[in-house]
Design a binder for this molecule. Structure first.
Ligand code: 4NP
Length: 152
């Protein structure tokens, strides 16, 4: 299973999702590849936002060496599941799907917690207090992701 998390900047939400899932994959001995990307180009080559690094560190998780990159249409071939953080990312990524089967690889990550409700992970970029909520949602959603995906 190859999983790509996508947000807007690839510095706040998707690096956290990547780090949280990578640790679970390792702990549970799953043969999964995990990565993240942003639909935007502004933060390519940067490490995650210090606020994301800090909230992860509070859970003994080190995401500081991740490097931002932009989503590319070639990612549709490289990954089995493309999990977007919010509805805007979802629309932007889906629009880039060109081949048969690519569009259905794209899902909202919070569909694993709130199926069919169209709920997005709130963008914490302008909200210093938003990072705890993002961590909690992603922690719960990745538990469900593992439960549901390792059964199929
Ligand atoms: P992210 O957060 O999509 O979770 O990485 C953002 C990061 C940067 C910007 C917006 C959201 N920005 O406007 O630069």
């Amino acid at each position: 299973m190859r999983i790509l998390f996508v947000c807007l900047g690839n510095i706040c939400r998707s690096p956290l999702a990547q780090g949280i899932l990578e640790r679970k994959v390792q702990e549970q001995g799953l043969d999964w590849e995990v990565d993240s990307a942003g639909t935007g180009h502004w933060h390519v080559g940067e490490n995650p936002d210090p606020r994301s690094i800090n909230i992860a560190a509070q859970y003994d998780l080190d995401i500081s060496s991740q490097v931002g990159r932009q989503f590319s249409p070639t990612d549709f071939d490289q990954f089995d599941l493309i999990l977007t953080m919010d509805n805007q990312n979802y629309r932007d990524v889906k629009r880039m799907a060109q081949k048969e089967g690519h569009e259905k690889k794209v899902k909202l990550i919070l569909d694993f917690l709130f199926p069919g409700e169209g709920v997005g992970v709130p963008d914490p970029y302008w909200d210093d207090n938003g990072f705890q909520k993002v961590y909690d949602l992603l922690d719960r959603a990745t538990d469900e992701l593992i439960k549901k995906t390792s059964l199929t």
